[in-house]
Unconditional design. Structure first.
Length: 142
């Protein structure tokens, strides 16, 4: 069983304070603030880290789906956009958009779309974020 960890620390009030987030593996540590989260300030934010996790999880899940179906992908490139909107009850993640371009020799688009859809619903991060609408645009390169 894999257990992954991360930590965050915040100092000060919401508007003027600042914090840091770090992955338990030590692979990433960075600053975040009100401006980096809700405006366009320097630093990262939780939503950006969710986007990275989702893009990585989907790419691996698609590789697994393709391999299981007998295809050997050359490249699977995925980006994710996580939308954070202010609502009456406060801020909420309302939409995640996955955009994928893959190089997969010998596959037709219909089969690729089927396997990409399976990867979208089957990746553990998608399952964890199931309360949010997740859109997928997947295309074959070339």
């Amino acid at each position: 069983m894999a257990i992954r960890t991360a930590k965050a620390e915040w100092k000060g009030n919401l508007m003027e304070g600042a914090g840091t987030m770090a992955l338990g593996s030590g692979a990433y540590s960075g600053a975040y603030s009100f401006k980096s989260r809700f405006e366009e300030g320097a630093g990262t934010n939780p939503e950006e880290l969710i986007a990275a996790a989702h893009a990585g999880c989907f790419s691996m899940a698609l590789s697994g789906q393709l391999s299981k179906a007998g295809f050997s992908p050359k490249r699977i490139a995925t980006s994710a956009k996580v939308q954070l909107l202010k609502q009456e009850a406060g801020f909420a993640i309302t939409l995640i958009e996955l955009e994928n371009e893959s190089e997969v020799p010998g596959i037709d688009d219909a089969k690729f779309q089927e396997l990409a859809g399976n990867a979208k619903t089957g990746c553990p991060v998608s399952k964890a974020l199931a309360a949010v609408e997740i859109k997928l645009t997947a295309k074959l390169a070339g």
